[in-house]
Design a protein around this ligand. Sequence first.
Ligand SMILES: NC(=O)c1ccc[n+]([C@@H]2O[C@H](COP(=O)([O-])OP(=O)(O)OC[C@H]3O[C@@H](n4cnc5c(N)ncnc54)[C@H](O)[C@@H]3O)[C@@H](O)[C@H]2O)c1
Ligand SMILES: [Zn+2]
Length: 655
Amino acid sequence: MEVALNKAQMTAIKAAGIIIDKKEAQKLLGNEELWAFSSEDLALILRLLNATYRAGVPIMSDAKYDLVYVRELESQDPGNEFLESVEPEPILDSKTVKLPVRMLSTEKAYSYEEIEKWVSRLVKAAGEVGLALSELNVRVTPKLDGYAAYDDGERLYTRGDGVKGQDISRVFERGVKVVKNGNRGSGAGEIVIKKSYFDEHLSDFYENSRNIQASIIAEKNVDEKITEAIANEACVFYPFTLLDDWVGHYDVFLNDFKKVIDRVWNSVDYEIDGIIAEATDDVLKDYMGSTRKHHRWQIAYKVNAEIATVRVLEVIPQTSRTGRLTPVAILNPTKLSGATISRATVHHYGMVKSTGVGKGALVELVRSGLVIPKIERVIERVEPEIPAECPSCKSHVVWDGDNLFCPNTTECSAQAENTLIHFFKTLGNVDGFGPKVISKIYGFGIKSLHDIYGLDVSRLVEYGFGEKTAENLVDQLRASRSIEIDDWRFLAAFGIPRLGEGNCEKLLQYHDLTEIFDLTVSAMTELDGFALISATSIFEGLKSIRNQFWQIYGLGFNIKVTTRSKDAGSAVLDGDVLVFTGSMEMGKRTDMEAQAKTLGAKVAKSVSGNTTYLIAGENVGENKIYDAKKKGVKVLSELEYLTYIASKKPLFGDN
Ligand SMILES: NC(=O)c1ccc[n+]([C@@H]2O[C@H](COP(=O)([O-])OP(=O)(O)OC[C@H]3O[C@@H](n4cnc5c(N)ncnc54)[C@H](O)[C@@H]3O)[C@@H](O)[C@H]2O)c1
Ligand SMILES: [Zn+2]
């Protein structure tokens, strides 16, 4: 196998303190005859893989890492240091600090039998510690596949090497919130990105969410798309205590294993890479303790992943609603984890070009659990075919970054049909207008939503639909207007770029549907969560659908209006940058900080030239005060601060 390491991967390897030159590293990684390696070399390869993975630029899938590489070292040298310790995270440009608690990895199980064995160890330990078996319960949660962190209320820490981590409190300063409006200080969790948001807004720009997590955590500036994702609460810190869970007796857990797993597996809209099962009894947990690598009372269950080598029959382009050409690889049908796979999408044409996926290429496919199969790597590349024209309208296609686009936004039938399909799919209240029906009526010249809503039974029969089907379709059109629909969903159905469901919901918290077409770009940027780039593109998008929108709106839909955000316009501390220090009389400092944020202030951890006020409670060192004053920052006592808020807050209004 050929492995070409890129610059980011080499940087990650160097940053992890591994001294190796690029050629040598490529040679090690390229040789798949693992049995021929010494255990030192295998451990070195694992360290290379780990360093790139933690930096957000992995070389291979987790499945292959776990099932091929780690397993090989386990069989050759089970006591190897690499296997016994927590796989280290890269050192960031931030302070290394001792962790308030040890943060460990988890033991892993890939089969029911391994879970059974773990449960029997719990049962044995329960006997030894005198816990009645009727009280032996298990908590099961989804295993979030994000970036591990620990929040003690003051700081946020990375896992580091499990004992010492790094202070990444800036993640909160960047606006990342605790999920579900949870409190600060709820312990271990993961920084994760909402899957649906990633697919809709980020997948064209980032290969995986790990790239994004890594840049949020690193010192470097995050780009606008990430800032927007943070503002939309699509990127959050998720403490494990807040996870929906299944808790029950160990017997039920074993007997209903599949049911429990299925339920937990589907309980969150975040990437997960398995489920976590753990004992709930504190005495038992204390008694069982941990190794240097994992807690004995906890285990991760991962669904067996499978890998297959497949020949590509051809790669065909498909034009999406936005004009982007998606490369679809048609494969020699192959059985993988119980399903027959005959196609897989490639990320974009840039990747087709760089990896050489085309007719006759040999690729490796991985399917892990319920995940859609992915082309893991290309074993034999070919000279790929890059389409010159749109498969639908034959327009000459153009590159934009890594993507090919059909520029014909007005007459490309693929774009138009997919736009119509998107409308009905987003409304989500009727299901008759899928790809087949849309494509058929489009062929008869029904090219707009307005045309569709003008259809009657006799016309549909003319187009070749049966009487029953035609009646049914007309009924559905009627139903789509009479069934109540949220205004944000209705707006999102028009498919304006950057105006997906999340942003529509946000926007309509501030303005009515009827007002948004008159919003200026600058008015939009003043709303929470709309940066300049998206505001501009939303403005253009709204302008371009304006007429069509009112035409459709005028047909009379049963629209439910979003309730206006209570604090719209009540950000009394807007523009203030506050730093709190010392112990407060009126409540916990963290609560005061949270309140200040809801009032629109930015809260920082240390005083800088940008700070508006330093709010000093009890027991604050002279130096701190002196320092702040020297920087020209005004110092307020707790009481002065509360008076300041009160003076800005309208007293009895609810606005
Ligand atoms: N692709 C690669 O090249 C590559 C390289 C290195 C590691 N990896 C992957 O990383 C894994 C090792 O990662 P790890 O050391 O983080 O160990 P792990 O996969 O066992 O995960 C342990 C972590 O799970 C997290 N977690 C998520 N949900 C949880 C929940 N509900 N309850 C409790 N904890 C939860 C915790 O933060 C904990 O630190 C490997 O098994 C492999 O899959 C891949
Ligand atoms: Zn086209």
